[in-house]
Design a binder for this molecule. Structure first.
Ligand SMILES: CC(C)(COP(=O)(O)OP(=O)(O)OC[C@H]1O[C@@H](n2cnc3c(N)ncnc32)[C@H](O)[C@@H]1OP(=O)(O)O)[C@@H](O)C(=O)NCCC(=O)NCCS
Length: 279
């Protein structure tokens, strides 16, 4: 993420360049402007495994878009245009640039209502809803034993995650495991880390609902009295369960795909995302 070599766009006064570390402060300002909870550390985690582009108005960053390749799948994320610059085609130009970075891969993203029409026009189709739940976690008791894991477990966990999601993201999981907590139960695992306003649990990958519920209950127990977030794919069916732990529905998005190839059909299921950006 340190290469600032330019791909200049002649169509207007705005340039589209590769995202470089010097753009971070402005990028953080943009995500705060749209009300996203990312801290600088959250941007850094995303950028550690991503490439991206920025739109520059002079020296000021007025748009961002990132591409995170996890094996055969590229996730497009952090797509933001400064509110003063919207509706002039900049979002479309950023998408063209970031789709170039992703070319040859299956592309996935989680769309906001504002982004959805643009993505549909670019060939993405909706696959399912993502439900964002958050709140002050209530103490809970898991119905199955949950124990601590370590970074040493990540190679095996990454295989389970790949089976569930089609994403090859062992390096990301190792990074999260090194900074956060690894929760293990029979037939599943979860990662718990600091994010945004508090903590987030994800991914939650398990063979069945009862294992996923035990992992989430343990995360709530460990986070009781503090802010906890979880992003659930609709099919996980855990909205009611997490609401009972104090994590109420707080929006979400629409998962979309373009050129689908990877199959996530295996023994394991993704019950919660790392984040809407990172799948
Ligand atoms: C989504 C976003 C990036 C679009 O940026 P933008 O610069 O306004 O987009 P563009 O001007 O290139 O418009 C792209 C197309 O989407 C359409 N569009 C943009 N905003 C729209 C809206 N709110 N409702 C319906 N259509 C919309 C435009 O009409 C345009 O279509 P056209 O090219 O056929 O005329 C911008 O609204 C944004 O930053 N929103 C807040 C953050 C966000 O939600 N990001 C998406 C995360 S997945």
């Amino acid at each position: 993420m340190t290469d600032a070599s330019a791909q200049t766009t002649p169509a207007s006064g705005l340039e589209i360049l590769r995202f470089a570390s010097g753009h971070m402060a402005d990028a953080l300002r943009l995500s705060q402007q749209v009300g996203w909870p990312h801290r600088q550390e959250d941007w850094s985690l995303a950028l550690a495994v991503s490439e991206g582009v920025v739109a520059l108005d002079g020296t000021r960053v007025v748009g961002t878009a990132c591409c995170t390749r996890f094996g055969a799948v590229a996730l497009l994320n952090m797509i933001i245009v400064d509110e003063a610059m919207r509706g002039r085609g900049l979002g479309r130009r950023l998408m063209a640039a970031v789709m170039d970075l992703a070319s040859g891969s299956e592309m996935r993203l989680v769309a906001t209502a504002e982004g959805l029409p643009l993505y549909e026009s670019l060939g993405f189709r909706a696959t399912h809803r993502i439900f964002q739940h958050q709140g002050i976690a209530q103490a809970a008791t898991p119905d199955l034993p949950v124990r601590d894991g370590t970074v040493q477990d990540v190679a095996v966990l990454a295989e389970m995650d790949h089976e569930a999601s089609g994403l090859e993201r062992g390096a990301l999981l190792a990074r999260i495991a090194a900074e956060g907590e690894v929760l293990l139960t029979e037939g599943g695992f979860a990662l718990l880390r600091d994010f945004g306003r508090g903590r987030v649990i994800g991914p939650v990958v398990a063979r069945d609902t009862s294992a996923a519920q035990a992992l989430i209950a343990e995360a709530a127990r460990r986070s009781a009295g503090t802010f906890l977030r979880v992003d659930l794919p609709e099919a996980a069916g855990l909205s009611e369960f997490v609401t009972s732990l104090g994590l109420t529905h707080a929006g979400g998005g629409t998962a979309m795909v373009r050129d689908p190839r990877a199959s996530g059909a295996g023994e394991f299921t993704t019950f919660a995302l790392v984040s809407q950006a990172l799948g």
